[in-house]
Design a protein. Structure first.
Ligand SMILES: NC(=O)c1ccc[n+]([C@@H]2O[C@H](COP(=O)([O-])OP(=O)(O)OC[C@H]3O[C@@H](n4cnc5c(N)ncnc54)[C@H](O)[C@@H]3O)[C@@H](O)[C@H]2O)c1
Length: 435
């Protein structure tokens, strides 16, 4: 395929070399004359393992060239891959000037091109950039997205220092777009890589890179805070984290990675607090671990606000314990939410097949006596009774068998879902907590 690459920095130079190595015809574009000259001499613009040889070979084979003329490169290619920089502004916002400048340049060049053109945004950009990029191209070229051109989002996951290796061995290749032909064309570029190709919505492809990198930063700071506390206590932090990584059920796994309601129960809040206090007593600051509780409280406030915004006062809780399949009410975020709603004058009813007041004993009973002393007045024996007066239904348990009750739920003013029950999502009165 004939491909132009906009931006010949770390990402662009590696893409240029690796795509040429895979047999494609490449033309690089950069505003920096020095970078263009280097490529035209068969030299890379960056220092990276293996890149010298890859660029040299591609150049010798006549598959790599570069220019400062955007129009020349667009006309000579079927696909333009955008790898220009997206630096932060001094205020911390993303500066997308280089991105939109290339949209103008490509739009201008398309005036002189009759064939369909695909643009691939490889740079890290905020959600919404792809669509705006297309608008700029359409306005400048007078051509139509979907008919004359397409814009595809394909974030780059390589890391400097191992860029070539990362290019050939990504965990996944993410491609977001709205044109089947363009998606097919871009997928074909990566078919030889030993990694699944994930076709997704444009905005999902745009945000994933931010989510990935934020999580990587979180992992590093989490390990460092564990390290600092461990060191203060004379514990080998590397031994701790090595062991931590061996739990592939709950630690290094998809467990818990579902956006939803706050955590609770008798262990997570208590043990997190215990570790933070341990750090505090050793004069070790733990801003990440300490921030976890605040984030959890925010999620409870978000749920409360979603209910309050309905303007209704009669709320039915489907599920009260901290998760399905248990009667443990201790530190259940739903108990907190119920307590807050009652305090604000809402009337609540509760349906939870596992919670029978007569069977609650010990710490579980004491907790509920302290937080919801009138639980027996609120809890219903069956769902129909709980729903009878309700205007808003709050779903809190994943195992709720919603299908048989869908019609009844549709008649309520609102269904607020804290766990994401797929069968309910098409109800007109449905609100998901964070989806
Ligand atoms: N460096 C990484 O490890 C890495 C990894 C993944 C993603 N990314 C993302 O990829 C993008 C590029 O990163 P990078 O590190 O390669 O940047 P870089 O600064 O090394 O290179 C960007 C290049 O774009 C050129 N440029 C700017 N405007 C241009 C225009 N209108 N036409 C042609 N060229 C133009 C610049 O001269 C520069 O050579 C960024 O969004 C970055 O966040 C970077």
């Amino acid at each position: 395929m004939k491909i132009s690459i906009f931006g010949l920095g770390y990402v662009g130079c590696v893409s240029l070399g690796c795509l040429a190595k895979n047999g494609h015809q490449l033309i690089g574009v950069d505003i920096n004359a020095l970078k263009v000259d280097l490529i035209n001499q068969g030299k890379p613009t960056i220092v990276e393992k293996d890149i010298d040889q890859i660029i040299r070979e591609g150049h010798s084979a006549g598959r790599i060239a570069a220019t400062q003329q955007a129009a020349e490169a667009v006309v000579a290619s079927d696909i333009s891959i955008i790898c220009v920089g997206t630096p932060s502004s001094p205020q911390g916002h993303l500066n997308l000037d280089y991105i939109y400048k290339t949209a103008e340049q490509i739009g201008e060049a398309l005036k002189g091109k009759d064939s369909f053109h695909t643009v691939v945004i490889r740079s890290t950009v905020l959600p919404g950039t792809n669509r705006k990029f297309g608008e700029v191209m359409a306005a400048v070229s007078g051509k139509e997205r979907g008919k004359d051109f397409s814009v595809v989002s394909n974030p780059e996951f390589l890391r400097e220092g191992t860029a070539v290796k990362d290019y050939y061995h990504p965990a996944i290749t993410v491609i977001g777009g709205d044109h089947e032909g363009a998606l097919e064309q871009v997928s074909s570029l990566y078919r030889d890589l030993d990694a699944p190709i994930e076709i997704t919505a444009i905005e999902v492809a745009e945000i994933i890179k931010y989510v990935n990198n934020s999580f990587h930063a979180l992992k590093i700071t989490f390990a460092n805070e564990v390290g600092n506390i461990s060191k203060a206590l004379g514990i080998d932090s590397h031994q701790v984290m090595e062991l931590f990584c061996k739990d592939t059920h709950l630690n290094i796994s998809p467990a818990y990675f579902k956006p939803g309601f706050a955590y609770g129960g008798s262990c997570l809040p208590k043990d997190l607090k215990g570790l933070v206090t341990l750090g505090h007593d050793q004069y070790v600051a733990t801003p990440v671990l300490s921030g976890v509780h605040e984030s959890n409280e925010y999620q409870k406030r978000t749920a409360y606000e979603l209910i309050a915004r309905t303007g209704k006062r009669n709320i039915c809780f489907v599920g009260l314990s901290f998760k399905e399949g248990t009667d443990d009410l201790r530190y259940s975020p739903s108990v907190d939410l119920a307590e807050k709603l009652i305090g604000k004058g809402f009337r609540i009813s509760i349906y939870d097949p596992n919670v029978r007041l007569s069977k609650l004993v010990g710490a579980n009973r004491s907790f509920i006596d302290e937080h919801l002393p009138h639980l027996s007045d609120l809890i219903a024996e069956d769902l129909d009774t709980a729903l009878a007066e309700a205007e808003v239904v709050l779903i809190n348990h994943r195992n709720f068998d919603a299908a048989p009750h869908k019609e009844k739920l549709a008649q309520k003013d609102a269904v607020v879902d804290l766990v994401r029950i797929p069968e309910l999502e098409d109800l007109p009165n449905y609100s998901g907590l964070c989806w």
